[in-house]
Ligand binder design. Structure first.
Ligand SMILES: Cc1cc2nc3c(=O)[nH]c(=O)nc-3n(C[C@H](O)[C@H](O)[C@H](O)COP(=O)(O)OP(=O)(O)OC[C@H]3O[C@@H](n4cnc5c(N)ncnc54)[C@H](O)[C@@H]3O)c2cc1C
Length: 485
């Protein structure tokens, strides 16, 4: 009997756990280590952030779900990986610190035959002084608790506007190297919609601020999309959405510091500017979660397993090259660690080989460019492919049998632009592939039959239905495994 340990129960880790539990949970031991008792459908936090959903609607308890498929759950934080064994055990193991209230303060070494690192991002609010709700001056929708706080601030602003006050809302990215623009993009439209529903939109100035070179870059180097029979680019699509709703935008901006009611940002020519706000929701930059790695003698080998940004190295080509020479072939396919073949990193936890958007620097050398997104759909697809590979390796396959390269897979994103069963809308975008492939698709880098964008009420219904489908699937309700990931 082998033991497969999965670190992290987010979108990618939970996908891998579901399938491994179903396929090999009876013959082998599948163990999930994750610090929170609740699973969270993160995309719907945007709706919690405008009071359209409650925390209960976007979360559920993990332990009873894992029981259904013979997966052991440890509510704990992984702190170090010992891929060659060490003081605690001869076998490879992970050191964990329990966050489970009934085991608070306990630590344990959990040995493994296969390890999947699915720990997602560290929300690196500390990279920008004053950023974030915990000790800073901005809100966030990255966790349910953050989103509840954002909604409280939003409702307080609405109450003041109803008394006649004017307010400035700033939404976007809180650092020059953020990814996840899509979440902020969704949020600004939901704020706009909420203000309109409350009858106070005329008292609000809405400003988008981001590190993208152009609107609609989304860290994917921009996108050309098919829309109504025409090919247009993401910039035009995104700009027209903002113009239609009376929003302003600032791009090519690195937010440098936030003080009460005021943020300072730098732009590419190196100049710094200030922007006053009453309410700000800014996404933090992502880093890998803090985990160390040690060899069998206790020597620190963190740098061997992890890239400088803290994400885990996998089967990508990390050799530095000029931007013009980057290709989809640099991107990982199996997500296997090159040094330890029984170790994989999936979802946001794997280190991308390079940016997708063109690297840019201000005149002062400040990087101002989006980092690569690893959104929900690719994260789940990668989680499933790695689960399939491990299942087959347990059966004797000498190497991973399944691949899921972001240069060969598409992604769909339905960005809510206002939640309402009749008046709601959503922008639906699909891209194929996520990493542009100019060898196969020389003109735009993407297959234009599979890359399109549209906005409308049908998109809102789709987003709403997807929320329920993914919650149903994640709860392992009957037939979950035939639903698309
Ligand atoms: C507000 C918001 C809206 C979004 N909307 C969309 C959308 O509409 N569509 C879309 O495709 N994507 C969306 N995304 C992106 C999507 O949420 C991510 O792509 C996805 O969650 C990544 O999955 P993951 O498994 O890599 O990380 P996560 O889902 O973040 O999971 C990481 C897991 O690891 C756990 N963990 C952390 N540290 C440790 C540790 N040391 N040991 C063990 N476990 C640990 C965490 O608690 C968590 O359970 C959105 C993101 C945000 C923030």
């Amino acid at each position: 009997m082998a033991r497969i340990v999965i670190l992290g129960a987010g979108i990618s880790g939970h996908t891998a756990a579901r399938y491994l539990g179903k396929w090999v949970g009876k013959q082998h031991e599948v163990v999930v280590v994750s610090p929170k008792a609740l699973w969270n459908w993160i995309p719907s936090n945007v709706w919690v952030g405008v009071g359209e959903m409650t925390e209960k609607q976007v979360t559920f308890k993990l332990a009873p779900i894992y029981k259904k498929i013979n997966v052991a759950f440890h509510q704990a934080l992984a702190v170090s990986i010992h891929p060659e064994g060490g003081v605690e055990a001869e076998q490879p193991y992970v050191m964990v610190e329990y966050t489970d209230p009934s085991r608070q303060g306990e630590t344990a070494a959990i040995t493994y035959d296969y390890l999947i690192n699915a720990t997602g991002p560290k929300l690196n609010f500390g990279a920008t002084p004053g950023l974030g709700p915990d000790g800073g001056y901005t809100t966030s929708v990255c966790t349910p608790a953050h989103a509840i706080h954002a909604n409280e601030e939003l409702q307080a602003a609405i109450a003041a506007m109803k008394q006649g006050e004017q307010k400035t809302f700033v939404v976007g990215t809180g650092h020059g190297m953020c990814t996840c623009q899509g979440a902020a993009f969704e949020y600004i439209y939901n704020v706009d919609h909420t203000l309109r529903q409350a009858g106070v939109r005329d008292k609000a100035r809405l400003v988008w601020i981001s590190n993208e070179y152009e609107l609609g870059d989304f860290g994917m180097g921009g996108v050309h999309i098919k829309r109504g029979g025409y090919i247009t680019n993401g910039k035009v699509f995104a700009e027209s959405l903002m113009v239609e709703r009376g929003m302003e935008w600032i791009v090519r901006a690195a937010v440098k510091k936030i003080e009460p009611g005021k943020l300072t940002y730098e732009v590419l020519d190196g100049s710094e500017h200030e922007l006053a706000f009453d309410f700000a929701m800014l996404i933090p930059p992502f880093a890998g979660v803090p985990m160390k790695a040690f060899d069998k003698d206790g020597g620190d080998m963190t740098e061997k397993l992890f890239a400088p940004n803290g994400f885990m190295k996998v089967d990508a080509d990390y050799n530095p090259k000029p931007y013009e020479e980057w290709s989809k072939a640099d991107w990982p396919r199996t997500y296997q660690n090159p040094l330890y073949k029984n170790m994989f990193a999936i979802g946001i936890a794997f280190a991308p080989p390079h940016l997708i958007s063109k690297p840019m620097q201000s005149a002062n050398g400040t990087p101002i460019n989006p980092t690569p997104p690893r959104t929900g759909m690719p994260s789940a697809a990668i989680g499933k492919a790695v689960a399939e590979s491990i299942r087959d390796m347990l059966d004797g396959a000498p190497e991973p049998t399944h691949t899921a390269s972001m240069g060969e897979m598409g992604a769909a994103c339905v960005a809510s632009t206002g939640s309402d069963i009749f008046k709601g809308t959503a922008a639906t975008m699909t891209v194929f592939p996520v990493v542009p492939d100019y060898e196969t698709y020389p003109e735009y880098g993407r297959d234009m039959d599979l890359t399109f964008g549209e906005i409308g009420l049908a998109g809102h219904w789709m987003k709403y239905i997807l929320h329920h489908v993914f919650m149903y699937q994640a709860k392992l309700r009957p037939g979950w495994s035939i639903l698309p990931d």
